[in-house]
Write a protein that binds this ligand. Sequence first.
Ligand code: UN1
Length: 505
Amino acid sequence: RAALDGLISAVAAQTGSVMAAPLIDGKTGTGAPRPVASPIDPAISVGTVVDATPEQANDAVAAARKGFASWSRTPAETRARILERTAELLEENAAHFIALLQREGGKTLDDALSEVREAADFCRYYAAEGKRLFGAGDAMPGPTGESNVLLLRGRGAFVAISPWNFPLAIFTGQITAALMAGNTVVAKPAEQTPLIAAEAIRLLHEAGVPTSVLHLVPGDGTIGAALTAHPDIAGVVFTGSTEVARSINRTLAAKDGPIVPLIAETGGINAMIVDATALPEQVADDVVTSAFRSAGQRCSALRLLFVQDDVADRMIEMIAGAASELALGDPRELATHIGPVIDTEAKQRLESHIARMKREARVHFEGIAPPGHYVAPHIFELADAGQLTEEVFGPILHVVRYRAENLDRVLQSIERTGYGLTLGIHSRIDDTIEGVIDHLSVGNVYVNRNMIGAVVGVQPFGGHGLSGTGPKAGGPHYLTRFATEQTVTINTAAAGGNAALMTDR
Ligand code: UN1
């Protein structure tokens, strides 16, 4: 409690204005600054940002290309140490980042604190994985008289495009993965959250990432488009909408030059299945957490709840009861459960969805939102899951009843969404649980618990289909996708005595 109080007053003391600007080779780009408004209240200015021009985006790629030669030869141990130092600095500056996550990102204290932890976890996890993967290489078994080694190394200048909903954790996760694998990076944060990004970049440089290796270009989609169209980039890591991932894919496919990877983590129409054996109190708690926490602004959040009809009325009533206890408001207040949505556009999109649902679905619950960028939790019942055709990025839950004998149809409905990110199951029947898991190709399945907040290194996160390319962030295969593989075969029986060549590395 004393530690928490200390943190809370340290956070409250962080009121200074923050500035962000393009940072290329350690040099700050100039231009007309625009104010960054807080989602809590547009009258609160969090700071200012100078957005990059397309020319600056090109300069950043050229600089990253130049920085690659020395960074790719920097030992993995050294790169890992820098990431470990970044984790320490994130923790030392937690109050500063929490305050920014609240003011620029609209996050509650709980969410902001978890996000700082997650960012530090990414640094430490990729450092540990990187030491394992990017060391001396793997000796491959083979015939006597030759030695075979498989090496991983960086690809070149990587572009990292990150979202506003995890402006610190995903931003840092993408960058540290790319850096650990030996790439240099041009980072393009979401236009809504450039200040947190600039502060994270400052920390990474302070931790020892050379300024020739990591470059920042704030801006909107035009800057992302300029970066991905650049002929000299070696890959793109992206988290955001399926639509933008598709457009990046098209851009990459249309250019001449090397074929480069896209690592994309996108959205979901995530479902939970609740059968008649589930524990009602636990379901209510987990549904409210999964659908409404973080104002539903997580790609992992629950959107579509399938409830067995025998228990549906009681479950919906309990969920609505739990939802009615959520406090909406200023996320800097400790009592707040749900803060604002990110901006006016997000609010308008959600409000038009709510209006459509009021015409097409049965309303079970409608919370009350304060004025401003707030959207209250809503629970709608659909006659058919097909009525929900796209990801709705907010605190809106859609319920569908099913009959026990029609569980197959539920699975088909989930498949038909085309997404495959998260899935929840609440049941006490092992066969049901196993049947659902076997049938559905979904990235993260959660059984008898909530379905958000994947822990780095414990619950590797990411999905398939319309939800992304994999491999999973915070998992053991992620870094390999940022790397090239090189197999070296040496005839050790040949004259010249170079048998020790690879082992001496
Ligand atoms: C996202 O919302 O963009 O499991 C992805 C979770 C988080 C989701 C991050 N890792 O809730």
